[in-house]
Ligand binder design. Structure first.
Ligand code: FAD
Length: 364
């Protein structure tokens, strides 16, 4: 919605992968499994994390472990017939600990992978988990224009928002904290509006919104939204995954643009009703997702450095001189993409009793 309104999305290149999604379904196997002593191994049975993060090993941060897993797979040490996943081993922990502390993990592995963790390892692969980017906001949760001024009457919180407390890589559990803190701030901010109402919608805006909706509802093509969504997922998987580089991102943008341009002609929405119409909902979601996917590809191409969850093989180092900055992605009224940056605002609290730590490169 904000993109259609000409407002920016910020830092959309920062997509977090969780290292241990269940191979095949992506169902999350919690970090708790490694917290209790579970270990990751490759097809040779090696605990490969000792090569990538000797001190933290299997408890290193999500992006470090996800990259390590993909590196093992790229170098031919992936598990299974397709050599395309790795193992999470819990069997050495014993039945008592597993049944007491990880019963849901045992249950999930049994239900979705047919594996009993007491005797066998779980097949896992990194899985998309969280979007650090979103609608730029102030700490009051007020949404922002590209120039940093407030958008009147629009608040954003949660995963849709980017108040940037998670930087380029959220730490586990901090999303729920963010929801509570900024949910409260948004409530307080809304209360200051004093019960006023929005100005009436002008007819041209209303027409634009309704014709967008009608265009999707009456789509007469032959390809269901699910099929186009699958193509989009494949493009994102290959071109905007854990390892990125310019040529691949450019190819991904071209392929995605192709789907975007074709969608009106080829999309099929067979159910035209207005109650529980999943066909229509999927078409609307696809429309939204395609634009957000382009925001991710374009922003990832634009940020020529590696930071947090964004890893560019052609720019493998963090560049604080150029890129201590947010990316801002907008669409103009003809649908053309624009990118710009805004400096990260550092709060000077050096006089505080416990001043913030200066930003520095994370190292293992
Ligand atoms: C598997 C998994 C495990 C996680 N574990 C943790 C954890 O342990 N700790 C932690 O801090 N974070 C965790 N996270 C992240 C955290 O759960 C999410 O970031 C958080 O729930 C986002 O909350 P939200 O309210 O912003 O969005 P959501 O929870 O996605 O809520 C958005 C809601 O809007 C509804 N909606 C969408 N479109 C419309 C529409 N058009 N009209 C009406 N309603 C609509 C949706 O149905 C949904 O209910 C986890 C995430 C995943 C995927």
């Amino acid at each position: 919605m904000v993109l259609r309104a000409g407002l920016p999305l910020m830092d959309m290149e920062f997509i977090q992968f969780h290292p241990t999604g269940l191979y095949g379904t992506g169902v999350l196997i919690t970090e708790g499994a490694r917290g209790e002593g579970g270990v990751l191994t490759n097809s040779l049975g090696e605990r490969f994390m000792s090569r990538y993060a000797p001190a933290y090993q299997d408890l290193a941060s999500r992006d470090v472990i996800s990259r390590a897993i993909m590196q093992e797979i790229r170098e031919g040490r992936g598990a299974g017939g397709g050599k395309d996943h790795i193992w999470l081993k819990l069997d050495h922990l014993g039945a008592d600990l597993i049944n007491a502390k990880l019963p849901s993990i045992r249950d999930i592995a049994k239900t979705f992978a047919g594996v009993d963790v007491l005797t066998a390892a779980i097949p896992v692969i990194p899985s998309v988990h969280y979007t650090m980017g979103g609608i730029p906001t102030l700490t009051s949760s007020a949404a922002l224009h590209e120039n940093g001024s407030e958008v009147s009457g629009l608040l954003a919180i949660g995963e849709a928002a980017c108040n940037s407390v998670h930087g380029a890589n959220r730490l586990g559990c901090n999303s729920l904290l963010d929801l509570m803190v900024f949910g409260k701030a948004a409530g307080e901010r809304a209360a200051t509006a004093g019960g006023g109402s929005h100005p009436a919608l002008d007819p041209a805006t209303l027409d634009r919104a309704l014709s967008h909706f009608d265009g999707l509802r009456h789509a007469k093509g032959h390809v269901p939204a699910a099929q186009l969504r699958r193509q989009m997922q494949t493009i994102m998987h290959h071109h905007a995954g854990i390892f990125r580089e310019a040529l691949s991102l450019e190819n991904g943008m071209r392929a995605l643009e192709n789907i975007w341009q074709q969608r009106n002609a080829v999309l099929a929405v067979r159910d035209k009703t207005m109650l529980w119409n999943n066909d229509l909902i999927e078409a609307i979601e696809l429309d939204n997702l395609l634009r957000q996917a382009s925001a991710t590809l374009a922003s990832a191409l634009y940020r020529t450095e590696s930071r947090g969850a964004h890893w560019r093989m052609d720019y493998p180092t963090r560049d604080d001189t150029r890129w201590q900055a947010h990316t801002l992605f907008t669409l103009d009224n003809k649908g053309a993409m624009h990118l710009t940056t805004r400096p990260v605002r550092m709060i000077d609290d050096s006089a505080a009793m416990m001043p913030s730590l200066a930003p520095q490169q994370r190292q293992y």
